[in-house]
Design a protein around this ligand. Structure first.
Ligand code: SF4
Length: 230
């Protein structure tokens, strides 16, 4: 199956009753405020080319960002920071992303998510995380042939990524490496190798408080791109 076929199947998923209710409730309530747009309100697929060398692993779509626009990190302040950073290091075609049809292109980068529907308070339950792992796993499987660097935004994505990589037969050390900003972990599977890059999440909390600065983000993105040879 191709990444496009996977995405087409994903957007019909209703496996998590709480998240389906929430994504649709937000879409119903907010539709009036965004009357000129179609409010997505469905699972949000990954964004970027299927032969990407760099993957960016977030957490889950934002209720009023990706859940509205249908494209990862598009339409909210976290995404504004991330797209600006990608643009600044030459990995995106424009510095701001406003809607799914704004013409944005990512160069050699694909955004993927461990959870594809927005959870209340940005906190999926363990069951929801496990439900969505099948999509995450299937997507990683399709992307691994070309992926060389994985930028993981925040501790949640770090834990899920390491768990799934271990499931896939990658040699993940025990105890598992701890998440931290600037942490790099190289993993191998036979002759294949990938490197994980830890980066604080581009959440408003982190960027407003200065825990994650634009320079810190650029540094991690540039290191991941260098490592992947793009
Ligand atoms: Fe399906 Fe994932 Fe959304 Fe749950 S979070 S309904 S598994 S797409």
């Amino acid at each position: 199956r191709t990444v496009e076929q996977l995405d087409a199947a994903l957007v019909t998923c209703r496996a998590c009753p709480r998240l389906v209710r929430w994504r649709e409730q937000v879409a119903r309530e907010k539709r009036a405020a965004f009357a000129d747009q179609e409010y997505w309100g469905r699972p949000v697929p990954g964004f970027g080319p299927a032969d990407a060398a760099v993957l960016i692993v977030g957490l889950a779509p934002a209720a009023h960002g990706a859940n509205r626009t249908g494209r990862m990190f598009t339409g909210d302040q976290s995404g504004d920071v991330l797209f600006r950073g990608l643009y600044d290091v030459g990995l995106a075609s424009a510095p701001t992303a406003t809607s799914a049809d704004d013409g944005m292109e990512l160069f050699g980068v694909r955004m993927v998510a461990p959870v594809h529907c927005p959870p209340p308070q940005n906190t999926p339950t363990t069951t929801e995380r496990d439900n969505c792992a099948k999509w995450f796993r299937a997507e990683l499987d399709l992307l691994f042939p070309t992926a060389r660097s994985v930028v993981v935004l925040g501790g949640f994505g770090w834990q899920v990524a390491l768990r799934e990589l271990a499931e896939f037969g990658w040699a993940v050390p025990r105890p598992r490496p701890k998440f931290g900003h600037g942490v790099q972990v190289s993993l191998s599977r036979g002759a294949e190798a990938i490197t994980l890059f830890g980066c604080y999440h581009v959440s408003q909390h982190n960027t407003f408080t200065g825990r994650l600065t634009p320079a810190m983000l650029r540094e991690v993105l540039a290191a991941a791109a260098d490592h992947a040879g793009i």
